[in-house]
Design a protein around this ligand. Structure first.
Ligand code: UDP
Ligand code: MN
Length: 304
């Protein structure tokens, strides 16, 4: 195969979403600032930061970036802006298909169209982008982002997306009915017990070239395919894109490259205090270093 041709990218593209930021005191601004600082602190490469934004949020993020470039005196990033309105309206069919299965209820946090953007991002990335990384902004790098790009080397030939495991019992909870009929299933069990706890979408590696060429991927975005899988696993989610990735991985393991948990060390403790006190630590367990901290559900990232 000629897949080795792809291993050295000409460009290191990173995507993130930065929307609905109203003013300079917004928590999202500080999260982005922290993420960017942590990238620049360790980075050995020039990255292209693709920011999906609205006009007001763009104005705020531009000021954060310019300040950062002035402070560090290094031009380690190039920035490209993409309109969130353009993208979400082009993806409205996809969003309408997904929402009944992977959103809590209309108006809730994860019902928002922005939580489904990653699924259709390959349609907006320019064709010469053969692969890219997408990051939540509530994360902090602890190592060179070039090392995350090196994870593409570990993709098998049929892997099209890379994601790290979910480190909470959320999918054990969601798969309650399925698990009661399949007593020995790995699905919804902790990683540390050899189980499959689902996937977290805070850090995503895309082989856009393979996604674009995949009939299966396209099919899996359609209503009949989603009806089929959600009914097979009695699955009703509420976390947007990551519910879809988890469901797809349960049925088509080969599509997903599972990143080491070090690349997405989630810090949210919500499930520990909501019925999973005894098993939570088993889910959250991740041996080895933390390369990326993910302060999900608004959890502060510890100073270290
Ligand atoms: N996001 C945004 N504006 C919002 C909410 C979310 O731009 O008002 C983006 C941001 O990039 C964030 C991502 O959507 O990192 C996912 O949301 P969040 O990290 O809050 O979800 P969690 O990781 O807590 O599940
Ligand atoms: Mn997050």
């Amino acid at each position: 195969t000629n897949s080795h041709k792809y291993l050295e990218p000409i460009e290191y593209n990173v995507w993130c979403i930065f929307t609905k930021v109203k003013n300079m005191n917004s928590p999202l601004k500080f999260k982005f600032d922290n993420m960017l600082s942590s990238i620049l602190q360790y980075s050995s490469i020039v990255i292209i930061l693709n920011i999906i934004s609205d006009a007001r949020s763009k104005y705020i993020v531009e000021s954060v970036i310019n300040k950062k470039i002035n402070e560090t005196g290094k031009q380690l990033i190039k920035v490209k802006y993409h309109s969130v309105e353009t993208i979400t309206s082009a993806l409205s069919n996809l969003t309408v298909t997904m929402q009944p299965f992977f959103s809590p209820h209309p108006g809730a946090y994860y019902s928002d169209a922005l939580f489904f953007i990653s699924l259709g991002l390959y349609r907006f990335a320019p064709p010469q982008q053969k692969y890219a990384i997408m990051l939540d902004i509530d994360i902090e790098l602890q190592t060179d982002i070039a090392n995350l790009f090196k994870e593409f080397h570990s993709f098998k030939e049929d892997n099209i997306i890379g994601l790290a495991p979910e480190l909470s019992p959320v999918y054990q909870h969601i798969l309650y009915v399925y698990r009661s009929h399949h007593k020995h299933t790995k699905l919804g069990s902790p990683l540390s017990n050899g189980g499959f706890p689902g996937l977290n979408s805070g850090v995503i590696l895309f082989r856009f070239d393979r996604i674009r060429a995949s009939k299966l991927y396209e099919t899996l975005l359609t209503l009949p395919a989603i009806q089929n899988l959600t009914s097979k696993y009695s699955f009703k989610g509420h976390l947007g894109d990551q519910d879809w990735y988890t469901l797809v991985a349960m049925e088509h393991q080969g599509l997903i490259h599972q990143l080491p948990c070090s690349w997405n060390r989630q810090l949210c403790l919500w499930w520990r205090d909501h019925g999973y006190h005894d098993s939570f630590d088993n889910f959250a367990k991740c041996d080895g270093p933390s390369f990326i901290y993910h302060g999900n559900c608004n959890t502060p990232i510890p100073k270290h």
